[in-house]
Design a protein around this ligand. Structure first.
Ligand SMILES: *Cc1c(COP(=O)(O)O)cnc(C)c1O
Length: 358
């Protein structure tokens, strides 16, 4: 089965084999070495200086990483501003509410470009905003939010920028140091090609954490402290660590995030061109969209379930829209060990199924 959903992904043979590595107690030095290697390799994906940046790793899905980042890095007396243009920024607002973080949002229609003038105006006004949160790649629509100008505005107003990079880390350009970002959240099972189960946050070493912590399990302060000494506060997802370590080696061996971006871009360009030729309309302009996922309007006469079921019978899993977009769109992701040949077979299946060459 070829998974065209944005994670969990099709595994490479190397990553799958890594899952069969020896049983391991997480209090043994072998695990400490594995954990240190992963944290070092994740920090290195974008060439960050390990003297200035640290990666914390916990067991959980991507949401755990985002929740840990917001709950830990916004101080008790901080104020959070959320740039909202999709499902995942809406989720950040719910996280803030649950943890009692003083928060507000600048709302946009789903899929819309973020309004930098409203951001600038709000940061210049009272009460002061200590942190801004944004989703880099809004997987809801495929929109890639442009982080560099957002980070510049935040820096100019003394606000720290927290980024949900769960569906972009490893495949899109992310210059945390150069742009002046405070931290980003990611997970093992999207563009990094591991299995689900690891939530990671890359942050500045001097980033202050909320005191007292808002959560026991999600307190990044304790993960950083213990993991720097080879320990970890709770039972880690050991097999997911084996898989992610192999996946990070594979990423580096293939030429890093730049090579992955080029590969995803070639796959999605081919899919998009083939679908457009079939009369299927993309939701967003290609220039606004990530290399990781594009959303398309359902072809005329098709609902999602019937298209999904027909494609699944041919060996492909597409992904539904969320919320308001659910009745009208489907999504195709390029993540995982899939090839140009897989995408050609997908397009052939679409031609057979939708069968309306124009
Ligand atoms: C997948 C994803 C998440 C996390 O979702 P989980 O189901 O918890 O893994 C968060 N943000 C974005 C942008 C995502 O694409």
């Amino acid at each position: 089965m070829i998974l065209l959903n944005p994670g969990p992904v099709n595994l490479s043979e190397r990553v799958r084999q890594a899952l069969l590595s020896p049983d391991l107690c997480h209090r043994e030095p072998e695990f400490a070495a594995l954990q240190s290697a992963i944290r070092r390799k994740v920090t290195a994906v974008y060439g960050l200086d390990p003297a200035r940046w640290i990666t914390a790793m916990l067991a959980g899905s991507g949401t755990a990483a985002v929740e840990a980042m917001l709950a830990s890095l916004v101080p008790r007396d901080g104020r959070l501003l959320i740039l909202d243009n999709g499902v995942y920024s809406d989720r950040m607002a719910r996280i803030a509410e649950i943890h009692g973080i003083a928060a507000e949002r600048i709302g946009h229609p789903w899929g819309a470009a973020l309004d930098l003038e409203r951001l600038r105006a709000r940061l210049a006004a009272a009460p002061a905003v200590s942190h801004v949160a944004v989703v880099h790649h809004e997987t809801t629509t495929g929109r890639l939010n442009d982080l560099a100008p957002i980070a510049r505005i935040c820096t100019a107003h003394g606000a720290r920028l927290l980024v949900d990079a769960v569906s972009s880390f490893g495949a899109e350009a992310i210059d945390l140091e150069g742009w002046g970002v405070e931290a980003c959240a990611l997970s093992s099972n999207k563009c990094l090609h591991g299995i689900p189960g690891l939530a990671l946050v890359v942050m500045r070493r001097e980033s202050p954490t909320a005191e007292p912590p808002r959560s026991l399990y999600l307190d990044l302060g304790s993960y950083c402290r213990l993991q720097e000494q080879g320990g970890t506060p709770f039972t880690p997802a050991v097999q997911a660590c084996y898989a992610l370590d192999a996946a990070l080696d594979e990423l580096a061996g293939e030429g890093g995030w730049q090579a992955r971006q080029a590969r995803y871009r070639a796959l999605i360009d081919a899919v998009r061109a083939g679908l457009v030729e079939l009369g299927v309309r993309p939701l967003l302009d290609a220039r606004e969209t990530s290399c990781v996922l594009h959303a398309f309007h359902l072809p005329e006469g098709w609902n999602y379930e019937s298209l999904h079921d027909a494609l699944k019978a041919e060996g492909f899993v597409i992904y539904a829209g969320q919320g308001r977009l659910a009745p009208t769109i489907f999504r195709v992701s390029t993540m995982g060990a899939i090839t140009a040949a897989d995408m050609r077979r997908f397009l052939h299946a679409m031609v057979r199924i939708v069968g309306r060459r124009t």
